[in-house]
Design a protein around this ligand. Structure first.
Ligand code: ADP
Ligand code: ZN
Length: 435
């Protein structure tokens, strides 16, 4: 049994959580219907009235919201209260297009920071810890979210923001950081940079890392744990629902508990919109149960995952979501085959390569081209052409057996692929430019 920030709710019996959710959803749908004309129109078009929603079972009657709706309604159409009641805006990273802005009242900020505090305590954080936050600060939710959570737990917070790796390492070592918060790709880069400066994993005081904001594989987890000498935990969230902390991993490291007292999760078939039973893979949809500033109902995240209610050894009763496989729109269709960047990462790390790679897809003479650029790790580096070719062929074969198609592999020298300080750019799909 682990540590909890809010034990009573985090370990509440299922019936108690359902009772809270049912009570909140009735109020929230009424609130949205009265305050958000855009959503009221969607409900009217579907013929649903607030009175039709009596419990979370009725959520499936409500219309979906998509990123398109938020873009169309930019900036104020989904705002839930007077601007004078709002104290903050944050914005998405714009990974897949135009940015979306989200509004927060002070109550929304407190709820969000509490969710992040739950995540920090779940990895063993206490007021004795030094928490180094190197997610970006500013419009991006990563820095402000974990910063707020760290304050609530009472950690000594190092608000580093992203970038300036020399300074990150200096502060980490001089001030004895014990918890590291950043994207997994940046964590890998910090690990690599520590080794280059001659530090061994046991030289730092870190014990845990809270890494999220982008997809990462189990292989990547093991590689980061080794290079930093820590336990690496996943955290998930999106600006539209608040930011990081919608769900977080506990000591079991087998998926992320969703903060169900604030967010109601569904998994749907992305084609038909039908709600899928627990255990089936589909698109994650969130309903915020108590947000005031940006109260989205049935928001389609485009993230593909699986929910599980298997009891967890940590004692938490919140449902768990698997690592998102990637976004539905991250999936590449190359020569008719579905390919996720995470599958490529798995093969590379299993074959002893570093997580520094880039995928380039293009179309030439009506045929898809599929190239993967991969760095040699410093100890395997070779400039003998025959060595390189043998290794490239081995990797192509390993990829073919995982994906069903074989990319052209290009082994490149260490450090030649750009490192990321925030979300890594893994795929360059040039086909989109021609469309
Ligand atoms: P953007 O959609 O522009 O990247 P955000 O910065 O709000 O905007 O990022 C939210 C998205 O980041 C999520 O919808 C999800 O695709 C991704 N994400 C966040 N946390 C994780 C995680 N732990 N694992 C995989 N993907 C994640
Ligand atoms: Zn757990």
């Amino acid at each position: 049994m682990g540590n909890y920030y809010q034990k009573e709710i985090e370990t509440a019996p299922r019936e108690e959580i359902l009772r809270i959710q049912n009570e909140k959803i009735v109020k929230q749908v009424k609130y949205v219907y009265e305050n958000v004309a855009y959503y009221r129109d969607l409900m009217d078009k579907k013929g649903v009235k607030p009175e039709d929603i009596k419990s979370v079972d009725d959520i499936k009657k409500l219309p979906f919201l998509t990123k398109e709706d938020l873009r169309k309604g930019y900036p104020y159409a989904l705002l839930g209260t007077d601007l004078k009641n709002c104290v903050r805006i944050q914005s998405t990273s714009g990974t897949t297009g135009q940015r979306v802005v989200s509004f927060y009242t002070q109550k929304d900020i407190d709820m969000w920071e509490e969710c992040c505090a739950r995540a920090i305590v779940a990895v063993g954080g206490t007021d004795e810890d030094v928490c180094q936050v190197c997610y970006g600060y500013g419009l991006f939710t990563g820095g402000p979210g974990l910063n707020g959570g760290s304050h609530k737990v009472g950690c000594l917070t190092l608000p580093m923001s992203s970038g300036n790796t020399d300074r990150q390492i200096q502060f980490m070592m001089d001030l004895g950081a014990t918890i590291l918060c950043c994207t997994p790709s940046y964590a890998a880069y910090i690990g690599e940079s520590l080794a280059e400066r001659g530090y061994k994993p046991e030289d730092n005081k870190l014990k845990a890392g809270i890494f999220g904001a982008e997809p990462w594989t189990e292989e990547m987890r093991r590689s980061i744990e080794k290079s930093l000498g820590i336990k690496a935990y996943d955290i998930y969230g999106l600006t539209e629902t608040s930011g990081p902390g919608v769900s977080f991993e506990c000591e079991e490291q087998t998926g992320m508990h969703i903060n169900e007292d604030h967010f109601y999760a569904e998994v749907i078939d992305p084609e038909t919109g039908e709600v899928l039973p627990e255990g089936e893979k589909g698109e994650l949809v969130f309903t915020s149960l108590d947000k005031e500033g940006f109260p989205l109902l049935r928001y389609r995240t485009r993230d593909i995952c699986v929910l599980s209610r298997k009891p967890c050894s940590c004692g938490r009763t919140f449902v768990k979501m698997s690592k998102p496989l990637g976004r539905s729109d991250d999936m590449m269709i190359i020569r008719g085959v579905n390919v996720f960047p995470s599958q490529i990462e798995t093969v590379l790390l299993n074959q002893g390569y570093t997580p520094n790679y880039q995928i380039v897809v293009d179309r030439k003479n009506n045929n898809d081209t599929f190239d993967v650029y991969v760095e040699f790790s410093p100890d395997q580096f070779s400039d003998k052409v025959s060595d390189i070719q043998v290794k490239e062929r081995e990797l192509t074969a390993a990829m073919r057996s995982m994906l069903g198609i074989g990319p052209k592999i290009h082994l490149v020298p260490p450090k030649s692929i750009e490192r990321s300080e925030g979300k890594a750019v893994r795929v360059i799909d040039k086909r989109k430019l021609h469309d």
